[in-house]
Design a protein around this ligand. Sequence first.
Ligand SMILES: [Zn+2]
Length: 194
Amino acid sequence: MFSFFFGQEEINDKLSVKKCEEQVEKCVIHNKWIQKAIQFLTECSNKIEDISSESKKIINCKFCEPSLFPHSRAYYRIDEKKIYLCANRLSINDVFVVLKHELTHFIDDKLGFDFLVPEIVACSEIRAAKNAECEHAIFKKKCTKKFAYDSIKFKYPNQSHEIIERIFDKCYNSKIFLKDNISFLSSFGFNNFK
Ligand SMILES: [Zn+2]
């Protein structure tokens, strides 16, 4: 279902599914943020063996046919609660970035973001870009705004700029693990969040 999909723009060098899986495993074993995210999402213990085995249930590498989300390197499926990485569209160095990006969407879903609301979709894209593609950018705000815009421009062709400008500061400054997500979402003035 397309409206339950998040992706990114660039298509890079190719990995095999096996290489992609190996790289995901490395990211899980070596990165604290990814471990914390998986723990939060699966509610597993903080033992690395548990985190690693849970990660395999929610993160999948696959071969993506050209017709499948042609602009995307990875996507999160709300209906399945799973992340898919298109191995054949990723280089080895992309894996960490797309994983952080999609994990951010997954976290936002678990926090109760209603992805049927364009502002909420844009907000999650801002948070994902800040956290992933733009994490080490010199002009971080500018980078984040550009990536977020690129992520929603196909979905909301006439509104993307206006939406991003309106909510940017609030979402950019939000914490990744929100303690009080309900009041955060209420601050948008929506009542239809989960
Ligand atoms: Zn995204």
